[in-house]
Design a protein around this ligand. Sequence first.
Ligand SMILES: *[C@@H]1O[C@H](CO)[C@@H](O)[C@H](O)[C@H]1NC(C)=O
Ligand SMILES: *[C@@H]1O[C@H](CO)[C@@H](O)[C@H](O)[C@H]1NC(C)=O
Ligand SMILES: *[C@@H]1O[C@H](CO)[C@@H](O)[C@H](O)[C@H]1NC(C)=O
Ligand SMILES: *[C@@H]1O[C@H](CO)[C@@H](O)[C@H](O)[C@H]1NC(C)=O
Ligand SMILES: *[C@@H]1O[C@H](CO)[C@@H](O)[C@H](O)[C@H]1NC(C)=O
Ligand SMILES: *[C@@H]1O[C@H](CO)[C@@H](O)[C@H](O)[C@H]1NC(C)=O
Ligand SMILES: *[C@@H]1O[C@H](CO)[C@@H](O)[C@H](O)[C@H]1NC(C)=O
Ligand SMILES: *[C@@H]1O[C@H](CO)[C@@H](O)[C@H](O)[C@H]1NC(C)=O
Length: 424
Amino acid sequence: MMERNTPLVFLVWLVWLNGCFLFEVDGLRAQGKFKQIQRRKSSKPNLLELPLRSASSLGAAQYFVTMRIGTPPKEFRMSVSTCSVLTWIKCSNCSSGKVSSDMRFYQPNKSRTFRTIPCSSSFCTSDLISSNANEVCPTRDAPCRYDYRHKDGTRLVGTIGNDTITIRMKGNRKVILENITIGCTEAKNLQIDYPLDGLLGLCPERQSFAGKALRQTRTTSFSYCLVDSSSPINVSSYLVFGGSKQLPNMQETDLLMGPWSWSIYYHLNVSGISLDGKMLHIPSDMWLYNPNGRSGGVILDIGTSLTVLAAPVYDNLIQGLLPSISKFEKVKTEENGDLEHCFNSTGFNETLVPKLTIHFGNGAKFEPPVKNYVIGQDIKCLGFMKFDELQTSIIGNLLQQNHFWEFDFPNYKLKFAPSICISD
Ligand SMILES: *[C@@H]1O[C@H](CO)[C@@H](O)[C@H](O)[C@H]1NC(C)=O
Ligand SMILES: *[C@@H]1O[C@H](CO)[C@@H](O)[C@H](O)[C@H]1NC(C)=O
Ligand SMILES: *[C@@H]1O[C@H](CO)[C@@H](O)[C@H](O)[C@H]1NC(C)=O
Ligand SMILES: *[C@@H]1O[C@H](CO)[C@@H](O)[C@H](O)[C@H]1NC(C)=O
Ligand SMILES: *[C@@H]1O[C@H](CO)[C@@H](O)[C@H](O)[C@H]1NC(C)=O
Ligand SMILES: *[C@@H]1O[C@H](CO)[C@@H](O)[C@H](O)[C@H]1NC(C)=O
Ligand SMILES: *[C@@H]1O[C@H](CO)[C@@H](O)[C@H](O)[C@H]1NC(C)=O
Ligand SMILES: *[C@@H]1O[C@H](CO)[C@@H](O)[C@H](O)[C@H]1NC(C)=O
């Protein structure tokens, strides 16, 4: 069952593997947006539900859905990221580390519905892929390839095509989504033992899974509810396309993705952070998104586990948190990975941790419970990381857990409310 002391280093790794800035090094170009969500006539239902689970018992601070890909369909566990354009699956078995017995591989040449996307297509050169894709286009019809490198050595290399995704819903209903762009990642370059089969990209881009699922189901919003990250694998909530929920204490704030923006991330209009009701003195330019530099501001990502903060935000927040808890016994072990402030859980009193509130421009407030930012079982760590290179902050999935989140596109709103998220 659930391993209670999954080393925290997993959390840190997965920030980079799934996180928003994995692709930043190559300057992923992504011009398309959800400019308009077309309403087309189709026989598709206007509700799509995928059970969503925590992967903590598999050793990853991620949330995942299960879906069937290809024809005949084969089942895969896909971690969910709201920061990735590309949906990808592991395609080979040459992982440098151990291969777990239930690991699955996608074999595009065994799927009747797989179509390679040529590297000369505008789709490859401009819509989807990083600038260095062109360097690996030897002939017009050669497959579109990606090679995303990150400074930590993580590398995703593979070939892009379209394939069909089949989703089984309650009551034995099946929803088929066509032409979903899927990257076939050669796992030998993944370099780490990633416990899931691939990644589902939900970024605000027309070619992402989110863009295509919204169009094909004729829906205009998607939502997810994050069960507690320590939940066992048999506990699920849903990733839902379509529908709309009203929950008690629902808050609403703007998604900064109007026509002036070309972000591929879900930027929020944050106005400040307070601890126990006292605003921290954080320079206000930390909240400003710069569309040209594609940096700055605050984004929400379900694929990033820890909350990553621009240095001035991190420093202010930590300075505000530490005085009340510095009397507890500090621990420094390798297991903490990059987390700076960890304490022995014996004698640690959570009620002394200041209450964090993230304030939005329109007056909405996000007030996560303490356990969303003081994380871990045997040792308690402040679940924040400093982002030195960019002035961008990312609200990660640990901070978002036990809440419902809805992305409402016609209105460019983010709605959220506390919820235990347990569905039948
Ligand atoms: C992948 O490799 C493992 C260990 O080498 C092996 O047991 C397994 O059968 C392989 N799976 C596939 C699909 O080739
Ligand atoms: C299918 O793809 C695998 C690797 O992706 C390759 O080794 C194999 O030769 C291919 N088979 C056919 C029939 O093309
Ligand atoms: C892949 O799907 C897109 C629609 O998303 C379509 O425009 C394109 O023609 C497809 N490519 C191939 C090679 O089938
Ligand atoms: C999928 O792509 C093919 C080839 O481009 C096209 O004929 C078909 O209409 C597309 N289907 C959808 C649902 O986009
Ligand atoms: C999940 O599994 C555990 C043990 O296997 C069981 O005790 C628990 O009731 C299950 N929970 C749900 C929601 O099915
Ligand atoms: C935490 O404190 C307890 C009791 O003082 C001690 O036994 C344990 O070794 C400490 N754990 C760490 C990780 O320092
Ligand atoms: C934690 O601190 C609060 C406030 O000081 C106190 O009321 C409570 O008894 C403490 N709990 C423990 C377990 O020490
Ligand atoms: C953010 O909210 C503030 C306060 O409501 C408002 O003045 C500002 O224009 C908003 N920023 C953006 C980019 O919408």
